[in-house]
Design a protein around this ligand. Structure first.
Ligand code: G6P
Length: 370
């Protein structure tokens, strides 16, 4: 059995370690030799149609929904098209406002999630082009979509999704760059810089994987707690939501992800002596703001762990109890690194508690019924 797990104790750990390969495989053939252009022939939209897109709706469930939150950040930042995120089971019943100038993006690892398939059909019924981001080429969602961007993560067995999520982030980055090029919203130099930074990600993920002993030690500490909080702003908030979901799914520890600035509007009441808070602080532009939120929770007794980029460490260390560092990347790409720390954290917390990491209670890998 460990043979099929490639020598790892669990599929989840194996899949976490397969991420550098998944990133490379998902990028392969989609960046030109000069490294200044994205190639996406799978996108069945003419340049004219791309220029006419008025809005984008990203619809999915679970971890795929969380990937879409990062996708929104990428597309809005690089392409300046308004993006909405929707949970598929909400979207299908709320009569969403969709037009032929809407691009609907459905995200699904399995390509079989019933609510996501229904959302795809809702998009079609309103005349929208539906683009599927999926890991399974022959899936129902891939077959019914107008365009398919495949994530090349390889089969994902563990219920808690890891490499599929990060491969979805890679696809969203490529897609945003492609749309930006067609619509002329980024210069060639900007695109080149982002593509170069993307190509460093696999190696940088290896550097995070090399920190696993320290992450394990921290996970063992938090496994003794019943509640904890994740904080972040912007893309860090999106990653906080995925980190919180991952932890809940497999460790059964209750956690909440909060937009750091929203904390004082209610959640701060739950912060008391000894509560662990995980603060994502990778974004230079809002670092000071996040640090001030960290001080607010520290003042109420929280024990704070921060995840940041190398250059911010000294600033942050003054206000937190512990820091995990991700290698230097563009602010726009940090999610593809910071989430790896949180995946390992969830994994080791579940392990410390003796849970069935790969098959958590009550959950299924693919939800093909409503
Ligand atoms: C289930 C899985 C989650 C997954 C979600 C969406 O709930 O347990 O890990 O994120 O379905 O699955 P999909 O295959 O559509 O990405």
């Amino acid at each position: 059995v460990t043979a099929e797990k490639g020598g790892y104790e669990h599929f989840m750990l194996k899949e976490i370690h397969e991420q550098p390969k998944a990133y490379r495989d998902t990028m392969r053939g989609r960046i030109n030799a000069e490294g200044n252009q994205v190639i996406l022939p799978e996108l069945n939209l003419t340049k004219e149609q791309i220029k006419n897109i008025k809005n984008i709706q990203i619809v999915a469930c679970g971890t795929a929904y969380n990937a879409g939150l990062v996708g929104r950040n990428l597309i809005e930042t690089l392409v300046r098209i308004p993006v909405e995120n929707d949970i598929a089971s909400e979207y299908r019943y709320r009569s969403p406002i969709v037009s032929p100038e809407t691009l609907v993006i459905v995200v699904s690892q399995s390509g079989e999630t019933a609510d996501t398939l229904a959302a795809l059909r809702e998009g079609h019924a309103n005349g929208a082009h539906v683009l599927a981001v999926t890991n399974v080429v022959g899936s129902s969602i891939a077959r019914e979509a107008d365009s398919v961007l495949v994530t090349l993560a390889g089969p994902e067995i563990a219920v808690a999704s890891t490499k599929a999520y990060t491969s979805q982030l890679i696809v969203f980055t490529l897609l945003a760059l492609y749309l930006a090029e067609v619509r002329g919203t980024q210069t060639e130099a900007e695109v080149t810089a982002i593509l170069a930074a993307m190509q460093s990600l696999p190696e940088q993920v290896e550097q995070i994987l090399a920190q696993k002993d320290a992450i394990k030690e921290y996970a063992e500490q938090i496994s003794k707690h019943e509640h904890l909080f994740f904080l972040g702003r912007g893309v860090d908030y999106a990653v906080a939501q995925e980190g919180s979901l991952k932890l809940k799914e497999i460790s059964y520890i209750h956690s909440e992800a909060y937009a750091a600035g929203e904390l004082k509007h209610g959640t701060l009441a739950l912060i008391q002596e000894g509560v662990p808070v995980i603060a994502l602080a990778t974004q230079e532009s809002v670092l000071e703001k996040t640090v001030s939120n960290i001080k607010e929770v520290k003042a109420r007794g929280a024990v704070v762990m921060a995840i940041t980029q190398e250059e911010n460490v000294t600033d942050l260390l003054r206000s937190v109890d512990q820091v995990f560092v991700i290698p230097r990347t563009l602010p726009l790409l940090s999610a593809a690194l910071s989430v790896v720390t949180l995946q390992l954290l969830a994994y080791y917390a579940s392990l410390a508690l003796g849970h069935d990491v790969d098959k958590p209670r009550n959950l299924a890998k693919s939800v093909t019924v409503e």
